[in-house]
Every structure is written in structure tokens, then in C-alpha cells.
Design a protein around this ligand. Structure first.
Ligand SMILES: [Cu+2]
Length: 259
């Protein structure tokens, strides 16, 4: 499957080229202020029409997160979380779910994004999994413009720092009635319609990629030689990785054709 391939490719490249990937790694870790910057492109699930971005800065166990999104069902609350677990990815938007006309319900995609670890409520809402459906304190409306600073449990902070978080926005009006309704009960809370909790958008909360290995630039006694070489090496590694994969793919194809 696609998600599997996405996970395996970087590892496979690392195994093949060895050293160069380790050299390139510091460029993506911590930024100059000592925190870890994260970002996610939110794309639609369930043909919701929702799109947006999430940005985060993790400093120790303290996460400042901003979410901007549009295309949500107006005048309706939208639960939003950081999920962790499963493959730590978003599901294939075309996956067949157990919901309305094959819609993806929240638990259908648990194998991709795991469970709720952070509830992105407004003040004074709690921020742990216990507040996953704290409808009163979630943003409501067609657009989301959210910011909050949250103290995370250490294990959650470590997972997010490792790029394992997935940002999910919920609430989809499958039948275009203008509100959450329908016969199907939510898989998370049977007192709610499934529309109220079905996922509307998803984005993998990745550690932001820096353009330059900042450590190399800052510490060098006027020598930028090392950084330039590291960059060239990293690019060479990427090219080499692509080349090896191209050859492997061609071989596999011709072998299959030959039988
Ligand atoms: Cu969620």
C-alpha cells in the first residue's frame, strides 16, 4: 500500500547510502530558538471540501499550535485533535469506511492515525483525550483560526517531536442538510450522529524541514566549506537513492514481464 511504501523508502535509502543521510539529518531537527518546528497540510477526508494548515512549535513539553482551515460546516462545532498511533499517517481518502455511503468514520482509520492524544480545545477546555468530544469548547463554524499553547505529557511530546502526530478535524455534513444529523450513530459517542465526529480533514504533523544545517553555519570559524559539502553529499545521496530505486523498479518489472 501507499502508506507502507512511504515509510519504507527513507529507511531503504538510508540502508543503501548509509552515511550521507546521517549528515543531512540535523537540518530538520531543532531550529535556532531551541524548539522543534512542525507543520501539516490539512487535506480533505470524506469529500468534505476542507483544507488548511497546522503549524506548531514544541519547546520541551510545551506545544504552541496554530490551525487555519476553511470549508467546514457552518455553525457547527468541529472537534480537532492530535492523534498518535497506528502508522502515524493519514488514511487514504479513498478508503472504504463503515459510514454513510462508505464514508470513513473516525475509528475506521485508527490503523492509520491511532487514537486521540491531544484535544485542541479553546480555553478553558481540557486538552487530553478525556476532552475528545468536548463540543462546547471546540471551534465552531466554516473556518478555523485557532491558537493555543498546551503543556503535554512527556511521552506525547516525544512522539510529536518524532513527527508521529497527525492533526485531524472532525464533522462532515454528508447529506448536505446544513447540520449534523442522519440515522447513523457516532462510533465515538452513540448520543451524537456520526456526521458530528466523522473526520473532515487530516494532516501529518511533520518536523519542519530547514533549508540549511544551521549548526554548521553557526559554529564554523568562518568555514562554510563543511556545510556546502554536507549539502552536496545529501543531494548526491538523494540522487543515488532515486537511481537505485529506478533500477530496482525496472528490474522487477522486466522480471515480471518475462514470466
Ligand atoms: Cu480526532
Amino acid at each position: 500500500m501507499r502508506t507502507t511504501k512511504k515509510h519504507l523508502a527513507p529507511l531503504a535509502i538510508a540502508a543503501i547510502v548509509g552515511l550521507p543521510v546521517a549528515v543531512a539529518a540535523p537540518a530538520s531537527a531543532d531550529n535556532h530558538s531551541g524548539g522543534t518546528e512542525l507543520s501539516a497540510d490539512l487535506s480533505q477526508l470524506n469529500d468534505s471540501g476542507v483544507s488548511g494548515t497546522a503549524w506548531g512549535m514544541l519547546d520541551g513539553n510545551e506545544l504552541t499550535i496554530q490551525i487555519e482551515a476553511q470549508g467546514l460546516l457552518a455553525e457547527s462545532p468541529h472537534a480537532q485533535h492530535i492523534h498518535i498511533g497506528g502508522d502515524n499517517t493519514c488514511p487514504d481518502p479513498n478508503m472504504e469506511g463503515s459510514g454513510f455511503e462508505g464514508a470513513i468514520r473516525t475509528s475506521d482509520a485508527a490503523g492509520s492515525y491511532g487514537g486521540v492524544k491531544v484535544s485542541l480545545t479553546n480555553e478553558p477546555g481540557q486538552t487530553g483525550p478525556e476532552a475528545a468530544l468536548d463540543v462546547e469548547n471546540f471551534p465552531a463554524g466554516e473556518t478555523v483560526d485557532y491558537e493555543r499553547t498546551i503543556e503535554l505529557p512527556q511521552d506525547v511530546a516525544q512522539d510529536i517531536k518524532a513527527g508521529n502526530g497527525v492533526v485531524v478535524l472532525h464533522g462532515v455534513d454528508h447529506n448536505d442538510s446544513g447540520s449534523y444529523d442522519g440515522d447513523q450513530e457516532s462510533d465515538l459517542d452513540p448520543s451524537l450522529p456520526s456526521e458530528a465526529t466523522d473526520p473532515a480533514a487530516c494532516g501529518e504533523f511533520n518536523v519542519a524541514q530547514m533549508n540549511m544545517p544551521q549548526d554548521g553555519v553557526a559554529t564554523g570559524g568562518g568555514s562554510t566549506q563543511g556545510t556546502e559539502n554536507a549539502g552536496a553529499l545529501a543531494m548526491g545521496a538523494a540522487a543515488l537513492g532515486a537511481g537505485v530505486f529506478g533500477i530496482a523498479a525496472t528490474r522487477r518489472r522486466s522480471t515480471e514481464d518475462g514470466r
